[in-house]
Design a binder for this molecule. Structure first.
Ligand code: SAH
Ligand code: SF4
Length: 364
């Protein structure tokens, strides 16, 4: 099948304002047509413009000639119902993107188990090159567009036949390095005319792009923030996260205090425990103090082995010790110890091998 790099733009990247501009200003349509089109796109989830029967035939023809609906093509799913499922989608330029669907585990989060979280990718690859992370291993390919971000969610809902309740931007890529497209996608996801998912159900995870954290804080709706901290001091973070040389912990925390001044929502620190790298118990004490200064929650995650990297997780015993130190400082702390290698499907473990397997795209 031939690839179409110049594919038509997708309507899934259109906000209510964009569509108003398109239909009213460019095509002279009355305002109610905008509402009808939005309903077809985001509520009825039309697969084709042909379904939009209450739009005039001439408008349907124009839309069909100039736009498509979903920008992502479902390729396959791994995992089964009630477990974590990983969806692979193909993009118009032959790239691939993965989205993970996670059923809530009441044991972990105390949530009802019928709630599902989608872990969304924001880029193909990642330029930030954290030394422990699969997503950064092959470098950065490109940003996802707003429609590709929204398209992942809509396609997962279609494939799974259920609504997504929570969204975490913890898939492949650094969402805050793709701020413009992320921002538009957030408008569509939260818009009452769009996917209508409340901002409190959305979490952006970042490795620490301080200026962008401030920009996110300035959004009118308060999106939740998770920081991939993984080290409580500059020395430790410097060893594993190149981003720390750009924005050191002090600058990062400045931005976090700014975020806190704007948002009532508590920040979460993600902290992977890697044996001999960042699991020193002294780090636990400093981490606890830093979390306290912000009223942040701490999420400890034993390292998941990544093919091609030698690092391993500490013993369970050590993980509990680390957790207890943080907890004893009065910080709400969770420690997720996953069983077996279900991890392949976990967020933060996304690495695309498909492109080279296809033989269509040169390996970089
Ligand atoms: N770039 C953003 C969003 C990706 S989130 C960020 O870094 O926050 C992906 C999460 O999975 C991050 O917290 C990341 O640190 C974590 N992660 C990456 N590799 C992992 C591994 N091998 N084991 C466990 N968590 C990992
Ligand atoms: Fe990129 Fe986040 Fe992985 Fe770091 S942890 S390489 S920022 S995806």
């Amino acid at each position: 099948m031939s690839l179409k790099p110049q594919a038509l733009p997708s309507l899934l990247g259109y906000t209510a304002d964009d569509l108003t501009k398109l239909l009213k200003e460019e095509h002279g349509q009355p305002a109610y047509r905008v509402k009808q089109a939005l309903e077809w796109i985001y509520q009825h989830r039309a697969d084709s413009v042909d379904e939009m029967l209450n739009l005039p035939a001439a408008l349907r023809t124009t839309l069909k000639e100039n736009f498509r609906l979903s920008p992502v093509e479902f390729v396959r799913v791994q995992g089964s119902e009630d477990t974590t499922r990983k969806y692979l989608f193909k993009l118009h330029d032959g790239r691939y993107v993965e989205t993970v669907l996670i059923p809530a585990s009441p044991a972990l989060y105390g949530e009802k188990s019928d709630r599902h979280t989608a872990c969304v990718s924001s880029q193909v690859g990642c330029a930030y090159g954290c030394k422990f992370c699969a997503s950064g291993l092959d470098g950065f390919t490109r940003n996802l567009t707003a429609d590709e971000i929204v398209g992942q969610l809509m396609a997962v809902e279609k494939q799974a036949g259920r609504k997504i309740n929570n969204i975490v931007f913890m898939g492949m890529g650094e969402p805050l390095a793709n701020f413009k497209n992320l921002n538009k996608a957030l408008d569509i996801i939260t818009g009452h005319w769009g996917l209508n998912i409340g901002a409190r159900h959305i979490t952006i995870s970042t490795s620490g792009l301080a200026p962008m954290i401030k920009k996110l804080a300035d959004r009118p709706q308060q999106i939740r923030l998770a920081i991939s901290l993984h080290g409580a001091t500059n020395d430790t973070r410097d060893k594993i996260m190149p981003v720390n040389s750009k924005w050191q912990i002090e600058e990062l925390f400045d931005a976090l205090h700014y975020y806190k001044s704007k948002s009532k929502k508590r920040i979460t620190f993600e902290y992977i425990l890697i044996k001999g790298i960042n699991d020193d118990l002294e780090q636990a004490t400093i981490l606890a103090k830093r979390a306290k200064s912000l009223g942040a929650l701490v999420n400890l995650i034993p390292y998941n082995t990544v093919e091609g990297l030698e690092w391993v997780r500490p013993s369970e015993d050590h993980c509990y010790k680390f957790r207890d130190i943080v907890r004893n400082h009065g910080v709400t702390t969770t420690l997720r110890i996953e069983k077996g290698h279900d991890i392949d499907a976990a967020c933060g473990q996304l690495r695309l091998k498909q492109e080279t397997a296809d033989g269509k795209i040169e390996s970089k």
